[in-house]
Design a protein around this ligand. Structure first.
Ligand code: PEP
Ligand code: MN
Length: 270
């Protein structure tokens, strides 16, 4: 991949991206929260629960990329204001998705980190727009994208002057239908041997199944992931989006304990 001028490892130091108190590339960063911001109560309650369980950052969608135009599209500005309140209450910085170039500058006034979702990975106008800011960007891998395509999208952002990019493997489409996507764990060490950027995984969208989130989170850590992003809902059966893949706060708390234990074990490995 000799076309990568900025994102390639090439003997560069590994990049550490700071978001609030989280340091991507400097120890395991756990991001948790609802798929969508649905109400102030739901978001505040979930934010408190994930904070108590040991999350480093909060997530929540205010703009949702939904397969159907009739599905819940998110609360937009109101959602961002709710997330800002949750940040104030918990001290957790938050990441939220931006879908449209026209929204980038004002979404960046609220969010601590901008998410480029899988469906927009190759939206080059959007990549250039977030590249013009210094706000950290979480760049999800497109569901049909190769590593080369993914890293070139990081290059688009960096080429505009924003080096604060974190890569996120969230599963790719395969012939398998049991899982929502196929979490490509080989992409974690592969991206890390090609690039100096931190790489995290999203075992929630990567599997789409509650029972598989914990094992795939632990497998991600074993594969060298710099962090995890998982969806948590106070009452998954009532979630307005992705209810089959949301962990309860209790399930999340157990996951954090195991993830931190594995992180310590890995740190001690010769
Ligand atoms: C999300 O994280 O809310 C999301 C929509 O993920 P993806 O873009 O990976 O599907
Ligand atoms: Mn989701």
């Amino acid at each position: 991949m000799n076309n990568l001028r900025l994102a390639a490892l090439n003997e560069r130091e590994k990049t550490v991206v700071a978001v609030g108190r989280a340091r991507f590339g400097g120890g395991l960063v756990i991001i948790a929260g609802p798929c969508s911001v649905e109400s102030e109560e739901q978001t505040m309650e979930t934010a408190q629960a994930v904070k108590e369980a040991g999350a480093d950052m909060l997530r929540g969608g205010a703009f949702k990329p939904r397969t159907s135009p009739y599905a819940f599209q998110g609360l937009g500005l109101q959602g961002l204001k709710i997330l800002a309140k949750a940040r104030e209450a918990t001290g957790l910085a938050f990441v939220s998705e931006v879908l449209d170039t026209r929204d980038v500058s004002w979404v960046a006034e609220y969010a601590d980190m901008l998410q480029i979702g899988a469906r927009n990975m190759q939206n080059f106008s959007l990549l250039k727009e977030v590249g013009k800011l210094q706000k950290p960007v979480l760049l999800k891998r497109g569901m049909h994208s190769t590593l080369e395509e993914w890293l070139n999208c990081a290059e688009y952002i960096m080429n505009e002057g924003n080096g604060n990019v974190v890569l996120c493997e969230r599963g790719i489409r395969s012939f398998e239908t049991y899982t929502r996507n196929t979490l490509d764990l080989s992409a974690v060490p592969a991206a890390k041997e090609l690039s100096h950027l931190p790489v995290i995984t999203d075992p929630t969208h990567g599997t789409g199944k509650v029972s598989l989130i914990e094992p795939m989170s632990l497998a991600s850590i074993a594969a060298g992931s710099d962090g995890l992003m998982v969806e948590v809902h106070r009452n998954p059966s009532e979630a307005l989006s992705d209810k089959d893949q949301a962990l309860t706060p209790q399930q999340f708390a157990r996951l954090v304990q195991k993830a931190r234990a594995l992180e310590r074990f890995m740190a001690e490995m010769p």
